[in-house]
Design a protein around this ligand. Structure first.
Ligand code: ADP
Ligand code: MG
Length: 309
């Protein structure tokens, strides 16, 4: 007998944290949550369609993990901590192995960050995943302002491993076993910068994920601010794997263009630089200075010898 919607939820989607602020969760018609006094809700929506955003046969655990990891990264760019999510699953049929893997990927990351799945809907059709995620933050601490000339540009995490993983998967690059395992794990199970987002509250100017690679993502981040940036390419935090695979210019351009949807770039005024570095260090977090915000629009990528990449 095919699984009913109720069976699917009970078997695959009920292992979710129980938050005190959830009044009504999965199992009833509409969910009800409490927003703590003095807090704002940050809302994100993301959709992924088979054949477009992922391919049939892609590992389902990585799909579930990745869908939530990218959403939590966007919440982190606003300084929010994860709270609740709802999920719309459109599936051609109830494939139990796929459902078990997908829900494990999604719910284990949700558990790590104390996010409760509070509802959703399940329908039949071409495979499409829609996740609606909500985070909480103290009112007025949002990082999503604009950048100003003179601010410093930082990134979280390492850049370049996703580019390496994609080159490996398309067969354009042979990687030694250890590097291969490391970059594939980073591609499939990237960790969202939730703690970094919280550390940026009240400090960062503009902040956003590096979904399109650093150079393009900085350009997109600065669009509203009507300013530009110089990136000092040789400051970029790149993995040893990336360094060992390319010549100098090739390595830096891979790092600049590698899509890293779970890394953040952000700006901070110079007078807050010491605060920023202390906050990150005291929380055991990494961030790296990579450039400056300037009045001249556009993004310039400079090598240490002054030549432009
Ligand atoms: P029906 O379609 O039979 O009316 P509902 O759509 O109300 O059932 O779903 C039953 C319960 O399961 C609701 O609480 C709903 O929020 C939840 N639910 C349904 N699909 C999902 C899903 N994909 N993920 C999380 N919760 C879901
Ligand atoms: Mg339904």
């Amino acid at each position: 007998m095919p699984l009913s919607e109720f069976d699917i939820i009970a078997r695959f989607f009920s292992a979710t944290p129980n938050r005190d602020d959830v009044v009504v969760g999965i199992g009833d018609d509409a969910a009800v949550v409490k927003v703590p006094d003095g807090h704002q809700v940050v809302v994100d929506m993301s959709a992924a369609t088979e054949g477009v955003d992922f391919q049939p046969g892609d590992p389902a655990a990585a799909l579930g993990h990745g869908l939530l990891a990218r959403a939590l990264t966007r919440l982190a760019a606003r300084g929010a901590e994860p709270a609740w999510a709802t999920l719309v699953l459109t599936l051609p049929s109830a494939d139990e192995t796929w459902l078990a893997d997908f829900s494990r990927g999604l719910l284990s990351l949700a558990k790590t960050h104390g996010l409760q799945l509070i509802g959703g809907d399940t329908t039949r059709g071409p495979c499409t995943l829609i996740l609606h995620s909500h985070g909480l933050m103290p009112a007025g601490q949002c990082t999503a302002g604009t950048a100003r000339p003179g601010e410093l540009l930082y990134v979280t995490g390492n850049l370049g491993d996703t580019a390496l993983a994609l080159l490996h998967l398309t067969g354009e690059l042979q990687l030694p076993k250890r590097e291969r395992e490391q970059v594939l794990a980073q591609l499939r199970f990237p960790q969202p910068p939730v703690a970094a987002g919280i550390a940026l509250r009240g400090l960062a100017g503009a902040a956003g994920p590096l979904t399109g690679g650093l150079a393009d993502s900085v350009a997109a981040l600065l669009l509203d601010s009507r300013c530009g940036a110089t990136i000092h390419v040789e400051q970029l935090p790149v993995s040893a794997a990336l360094h060992s695979m390319f010549d100098r210019a090739g390595g830096w351009s891979a790092a600049l263009n590698s899509p890293e949807p779970c890394a953040l770039c952000f700006t901070v005024p110079p007078e807050r630089q010491v605060d920023l570095e202390q906050r990150f260090a005291s929380n055991g977090l990494d961030c790296t200075w990579v450039g400056m915000i300037e009045a001249q629009t556009g993004v310039r990528c400079l090598l240490d010898d002054g030549s432009e990449l």
